[in-house]
Design a protein around this ligand. Structure first.
Ligand code: UDX
Length: 431
């Protein structure tokens, strides 16, 4: 099929590359000319395992190309995915200016049947607005459909999530639109939930809100574990074996971050507010998440006593492993708190982007975990990169001024750490 993807961000690029891999001819367009020029030269603006190679492969097979003209996208493709950003505004609502702009431009240039698909995470009823906008601005009277096809891609494993989805959600208003999307996704051999547009939009927000709820729930349990001397990892294990609950997303730690959960929760709470429902459950989820950093800061204080003038080695910046994304990364909140307390920080992350360097002005960025540990009073692990799971702790112990490890992601075994002579503090490990 001929497909266009408008917006070459995280979702747009992964979707474009994967749909090309499935054998479609894909045009990815973006209004950022520098980004587009870079993509044409093989410069990928984000770090996602496997993406660079997948893009290169499909560009060389002439199934994938990049451009900047929505006009071209509207003219050459039967299916047009909208994957532009929907950032949070100050009041938590999603800013849909980008979506409206794209819908208007498609309407001005399309000259035959088009299926316009929302891929970005949007508030329920956005599909109706997209349809209304296209009907208002359409130049050549032609038939079109709008659909919602939310993505469930996790950064760090986005390509595999796309190729092996648990389910594909398709929100449509016509059989024609349903059939087009069903045949597009047929090669993936995954269950397809066909529903109306509003339900599809809600499935996305409800899913992310539920996953965030699981995380805040286990973080709340971790506070109780610490008080009573239980181990949250074992509690999660015991709960997770119940198939009705499941073990995934029950990892206590520093809380969730990233470009999706915080933004989607804010948006969902404000959608509910708008229709007269106070979503108190989600407000608590958000509150527990925000508090988790202060809870960890207190743990650091409990072992260090005075933070002022202490050197702290922070391992990890990204909001999760296998990405260079620091949007809403819990690390940044913790780093700011430690700086405010007067600590000197040495930071290491396997993927520090130039954006991260800008956000960290004044903080020493180290070339490896050992350089960060050298002379530090305490080692704080913030992101669970595999590299940190395999640290040479005999070496770390020699480099640290004091053998203190605060493990914000519970990646080490408390007994083994103790045996090696460390004072070990996890989250909810009864310590
Ligand atoms: C998420 C959703 O999983 C995905 O379906 C959606 O489309 C986009 O948002 P992503 O933000 O890439 O994906 O990462 P995810 O793996 O879901 O993790 C989000 C945050 O939750 C991270 O900060 C992670 O560290 C944290 N997390 C996750 C926990 O703290 N504990 C867990 O058990 C799981």
């Amino acid at each position: 099929m001929n497909i266009s993807i408008v917006g070459s961000g995280y979702v747009g690029l992964v979707t474009g590359a994967c749909l090309a891999e499935l054998g479609n001819r894909v045009l990815c367009v973006d209004s950022d000319l520098t980004k587009t020029a870079g993509l044409k030269k093989g410069i990928i603006p984000i770090y996602e395992p496997g993406l660079k190679e997948l893009i290169a492969q499909n560009v060389s097979k002439k199934r994938l190309r990049f451009g900047s003209s929505i006009e071209e996208a509207a003219k050459v493709s039967e299916i047009i995915f909208i994957a532009v950003g929907t950032p949070s505004m100050d009041n938590g609502e999603a800013d849909l200016t980008g979506i409206e702009n794209v819908a208007r431009n498609i309407a001005l240039h399309m000259d035959g049947y088009r299926l316009i698909v929302e891929k970005s995470t949007v508030p329920v009823e956005t599909g109706s607005w997209v349809k209304h906008t296209i009907s208002t601005y359409i130049k050549k009277k032609t038939h079109f459909d709008v659909a919602s096809n939310p993505e469930f891609l996790r950064e760090g494993s986005a390509i595999s999530d796309f190729m092996h989805p648990d389910r594909i959600v398709v929100g449509v208003e016509s059989i024609k639109a349903a059939n087009i999307l069903k045949s597009l996704y047929k090669p993936l051999n995954a269950p397809i939930v066909v529903t109306n547009i509003k339900s599809a939009e809600l499935i996305k927000h409800a899913s992310n809100a539920f996953l965030a709820t699981k995380i805040s729930f286990i973080n709340a349990i971790s506070r109780i574990c610490d008080k009573v001397g239980a181990d949250v990892l074992e509690v999660a294990e015991g709960m997770g074996l119940d198939r009705r609950i499941g073990r995934e997303f029950l990892n206590a730690g520093l809380g969730y971050g990233g470009s999706c959960f915080p933004k989607d929760l804010d948006a969902f709470i404000s959608i509910a507010e708008k229709i007269g429902y106070s979503f108190d459950l989600l407000k608590s989820v958000r509150h527990i998440n925000a508090e988790q950093r202060a809870f960890v800061l207190k743990k650091i204080k409990d072992v260090l006593w005075i933070i002022k003038d202490k050197t702290i080695a922070v391992l990890g910046l990204a909001f999760k492993p296998d990405t260079d994304d620091i949007r809403n990364a819990p690390s940044l909140g913790l780093i700011r708190m430690l700086e405010a307390e007067g600590a000197a920080l040495k930071i290491y992350d396997p993927q520090v982007s130039s954006k991260a360097r800008d956000a960290l002005k004044g903080v020493r960025v180290c070339k490896d975990p050992y350089e960060a540990a050298r002379g530090a009073d305490c080692l704080v692990v913030v992101t669970e990169w595999n590299e940190f799971k395999e640290l040479d702790f005999a070496k770390v112990k020699k480099l640290l001024k004091r053998p203190l490890v605060v493990d914000c992601r519970n990646i080490y075994d408390p007994a083994a750490m103790k045996k090696m002579g460390f004072t070990y503090v996890g989250v909810g490990r009864g310590l």
